[in-house]
Design a binder for this molecule. Structure first.
Ligand code: MIC
Ligand code: SF4
Length: 644
């Protein structure tokens, strides 16, 4: 990794460990971000430490996920988040201001600095040259309390971009190309670093589209250099002072290099139900489309929206398509009102929704039964849209507009001349939905507001020496945290209430799970490869823990979910021989003996299945992680350290 951007930033922030891929290191965190759906837990966790103020240089609390207020729950959460932000010196971005990642890039991201965020798409800020990592809320709470962030030192993969994209082909097609090659599990403990002459031709929002969807590789993060393009971007948001030039050495050493000739790319789409199931738009030609949505933290920048608006100018959306636009931030929405482009949407027949995550997380706009929805988002996991039997395709805005106009998959080049979008030299700055940190004396007086839906965190119990129980569920490969702990308009408002949200664990793939877990007083989860990919939601660990799940045994884990399991005292175990996965069935009785002894000694753990068969399990944990598991989770562990 010598000479890479990643090495440079890690070196500057290293607190503990050696920069050697595969070993645990700890780094200083400059900035944090949270969003409301994970933020309430993160701040409840922070409050647990009993501190008076935050220790980071800059922290921001966004409200962008739970903005549909069908009951009191979400509004109560917003007030809780605002009061915590005001009390502890955190910026607060109110509902309607925009999607956390889009706003963070525009207003706060700083080249060369570190950021962790309780949302898996935090790497979006890598478009500005920041080392930005998605984590569980408890990691953010710890960073707010001044603790360094620990991670496996990543390998660095170089993605060399050569040449220039053709008209109607865009940044989304670049990241889909990378996803096709590396797949949803190809990025674990890796950073994807972009370089080459093709980088110059990409604006910051285009770079951010790529680093954003790098999350779907399961990567630690993705990053672009900071150059004249970055400087122009920061200047347009009045932040020239945050600019610093920053690039990898000419002879930077990458683990491997994947070269992409941009001129050879063509419009692509991820087909149901995985972001790495990539096909060309040509292959999909003629598939009828019922809904098209432009938005999400992947593709709702000024460039995205202007390209859409100009491509639509004078055209009308197909009568059989519901066309929805969710601008990424209020700043962009306002810029489009001021330059008149918003009316192109209106005249073409678009439905404009709030600047928020909205349909991306199943908060409204669920498609019709069995229909096809084309979205510019980053995830098309089955059921995430709110309609289990809908087919969700992920594309660029260019392809999405073509689908909207023609009502079926169509090569966007058919739309005519490619619109040339020039970003404004200066965006209007508008702080009407941002609350800045208060002066200390005022902050001290703020009272934390907690509505009735905000329930205390469940307490972790120290690790027992013997674990026994039944197999509650056996899943296949690539199970997402959306499968484990679904989101959507009905379940998301329960994010601050673990006992209530626990009723929905695995609900979409196994409706009987909750009752079984309660009847059996907990038990085990068996998973395949890449278990827990996707979202950073801690609830996918917290809720199973609340239901008495004792350990999760898989072929392999996704990075953030594994850390979340550890943070809540749940043992992440793997089969020493992956074929043993086939020997276990739902309902089998499992017994694990001398668990802590084996853990400490770094030995395999022996598991008895139905009292007869012996299976060997292992776990890869650092000494720090072992301590956390022994204590029953990171909150107990930090409390103990604070006492010391
Ligand atoms: C997502 O895109 O899945 C989310 C919703 O933004 C999640 C966070 C969450 O579950 O609250 C993520 O990506 O981490
Ligand atoms: Fe929001 Fe979707 Fe981005 Fe997650 S992926 S932060 S839900 S817009």
């Amino acid at each position: 990794m010598k000479g890479t951007l990643t090495e440079k930033i890690l070196k500057k922030h290293l607190v503990d460990g050696k920069l050697a891929p595969g070993v645990e290191i700890s780094i200083k965190i400059d900035q944090t971000l949270t969003q409301d759906a994970t933020g309430t837990m993160a701040y409840l966790e922070f409050l647990n430490f009993g501190l008076e103020k935050i220790a980071t240089k800059l922290s921001v609390s966004y409200v962008d996920h739970n903005t549909l207020q069908a009951g009191f729950e979400n509004a109560d959460d917003h007030l809780f988040l605002q009061s915590v932000a005001e009390k502890f010196g955190i910026y607060f971005s109110k509902p309607g201001n925009g999607i956390c990642h889009q706003v963070h890039s525009e207003r706060f991201a700083k080249p060369g600095d570190t950021l962790i965020g309780s949302d898996s798409h935090t790497p979006t800020a890598g478009g500005v040259g920041m080392l930005a990592i998605g984590v569980g809320g408890l990691e953010v709470a710890s960073a707010l309390a001044g603790y360094p962030y620990s991670l496996i030192c990543p390998e660095v993969i170089g993605i060399k971009l050569k040449g220039k994209l053709k008209p109607w082909v865009s940044a989304k097609d670049i990241i889909l190309t990378v996803l096709k090659k590396y797949t949803v599990k190809g990025g674990v403990n890796r950073v994807f670093e972009y370089f080459g002459d093709g980088v110059k031709a990409l604006s910051v929002p285009e770079r951010a589209t790529i680093t954003n969807m790098g999350a779907e590789l399961g990567a630690t993060t993705s990053i672009f250099p900071s150059d004249a393009v970055t400087q122009k971007f920061l200047k347009s948001f009045g932040r020239l002072k945050d600019y610093r030039a920053f690039s990898a050495d000419k002879k930077a050493q990458y683990k491997e290099i994947f070269e992409i000739d941009l001129a050879k790319l063509e419009p692509l789409a991820a087909v149901p139900h995985s972001p790495d199931a990539v096909k060309t738009v040509k292959e999909l030609k003629g598939i009828k489309v019922g809904q098209v949505i432009i938005g999400s933290c992947t593709n709702s920048s000024y460039k995205d929206l202007m390209t859409t608006a100009l491509a639509l100018k004078g055209k009308t959306v197909s009568k059989d398509v519901s066309f929805v636009v969710a601008p990424g931030s209020k700043t962009i929405l306002n810029a489009m009102i001021k330059n008149g482009a918003l009316s192109y949407f209106i005249e073409a027949g678009a439905r404009i929704v709030e600047s928020a995550c909205g349909p991306c997380i199943g908060m409204g706009q669920a498609p019709a039964s069995g229909s096809v929805s084309v979205r510019t988002f980053n995830r098309n996991f089955q059921g995430r849209s709110g309609t289990a039997n809908a087919s969700i395709y992920l594309t660029s805005v260019e392809t999405a507009v073509a689908c909207a106009v023609y009502g079926e998959f169509t090569d966007p080049a058919k739309l005519g001349k490619y619109p040339a979008v020039v970003s404004p030299l200066k965006f209007p700055s508008d702080d009407s939905l941002v609350i800045k940190p208060l002066p200390a004396a005022q902050a001290k007086k703020v009272k934390i507001v907690m509505g009735p839906n905000i329930k205390p965190l469940p307490e972790g119990k120290p690790l027992a020496d013997a674990l026994s129980g039944k197999v509650l569920i056996k899943t296949g490969d690539n199970i997402t945290t959306d499968d484990i702990m679904p989101a959507g308009a009905k379940i998301l408002p329960l994010r601050s209430n673990v006992p209530e949200i626990s009723k929905y664990v695995f609900n979409k793939i196994d409706a009987g799970f909750y009752n079984r877990a309660v009847k059996e007083n907990g038990g085990f989860i068996i998973g395949g490869d890449n278990y827990g990919q996707g979202s950073s939601r801690e609830h996918a660990a917290l809720a199973p823990m609340h239901l008495g799940v004792k350990a999760v045994i898989t072929k392999s884990f996704a990075r953030i979910h594994k850390a979340n399991l550890i943070n809540f005292g749940l043992l992440p175990l793997c089969f020493t021989n992956p074929k043993d996965y086939d020997k276990i069935n739902p309902g089998d009785r499992l017994e694990l003996l001398d668990v802590s002894g084996c853990l400490r000694a770094g030995k395999n753990i022996l598991m008895k299945v139905n009292g007869t068969l012996d299976i060997k399990l292992f776990t890869q944990l650092s000494e720090r992680e072992k301590d956390i598991i022994m204590e029953g989770g990171k909150i107990n562990y930090i409390r103990k350290n604070l006492k010391k």
